[in-house]
Design a protein around this ligand. Structure first.
Ligand code: CIR
Length: 255
């Protein structure tokens, strides 16, 4: 069974953290409608969605990807880099525990947002960003080496997370904005560049052989489709005003 854990949008969503975008008014109801449509897209693509309640005082809690990284063997509970986001992990830990999976907790002074972790096969790329530090990378290495994963640290600049700059669109292919992340970190994989007019277009959620992708990047979408990839478009522009994308609104895992 493929699960997608999501989290409701908080009534305090408009107080979200922002790093690279100016603060603009957020329409919480519109964001809710887009979030629900996103959940239905995941259902259509074969996921069983489990939505957990929002924290009323946790503005960014909809961006559940940042609170944990779920590997087939164990879940790692993150320690988000923004202090306001650290209380988000408790409810996610409880929800994941119900699946009976082994759990590991990142420990202070490590900080890591799940948006900085890109898993491709047995390779784990971790973005060194404003949210994720080297201590976290070392802790991940200690958790993951015995499981046979190779951990690689990748510098990220100009955007929030590693997965703002690069994500997988097929088992051996990434979509990338090489202005934000060095492409040579991904040698051995095929790369598709974002269209220069769409720098934020590198965030895609690969579900089986379908790429879930934001409607806001039509030129980059054409590049994906030209490569023969199946793309399922979702409209998430209200969530994007809070610096969210398609990966960050779910934790997808298999049991
Ligand atoms: C934040 O700054 O933490 C949120 N406003 C956005 C988080 C987006 N997360 C992600 O892309 N993984």
């Amino acid at each position: 069974m493929i699960w997608a854990m999501t989290r409701d949008i908080s009534p305090s969503f408009d107080q979200c953290q922002l790093t690279h975008l100016p603060r603009v008014p957020l329409d919480v109801e519109r964001a809710r409608a887009q979030h629900e449509a996103y959940e239905w897209a995941l259902v259509e693509l074969g996921c069983t969605v489990r939505r957990i309640d929002a924290g009323p005082d946790l503005p960014d809690s909809v961006f559940i990807e940042d609170t944990a990284v779920v590997f087939p063997e164990a879940a790692v509970i993150a320690r988000p880099g923004a202090a306001t986001r650290q209380p988000e992990t408790a409810a996610v830990r409880d929800a994941l525990r119900r699946f009976g999976m082994p759990m590991r907790d990142m420990a202070e002074p490590a900080t890591l947002d799940g948006g900085d972790v890109l898993l491709i096969g047995r390779q784990v790329f971790i973005g060194s960003s404003t949210r994720t530090n080297e201590t976290a990378v070392n802790q991940m290495r200690r958790f993951l080496r015995p499981l046979g994963y190779k951990v690689r640290i990748v510098p990220v600049e100009g955007c929030l997370h590693l997965k703002s700059a690069v994500t997988a669109v097929a088992p051996d292919t990434v979509i990338i904005n090489r202005a934000w992340v060095p492409a040579d970190a991904f040698t051995g994989l095929d790369t598709i560049d974002v269209d220069p007019d769409e720098p934020a277009g590198a965030n895609a959620l690969l579900l089986g052989d379908v790429v879930v992708y934001a409607a806001g990047f039509p030129k980059t979408r054409a590049r994906l489709e030209d490569k023969g990839l199946r793309v399922h478009v979702v409209d998430v522009d209200e969530l994007a005003k809070a610096e969210g994308g398609v990966t960050c609104c779910s934790l997808v895992f298999q049991t």
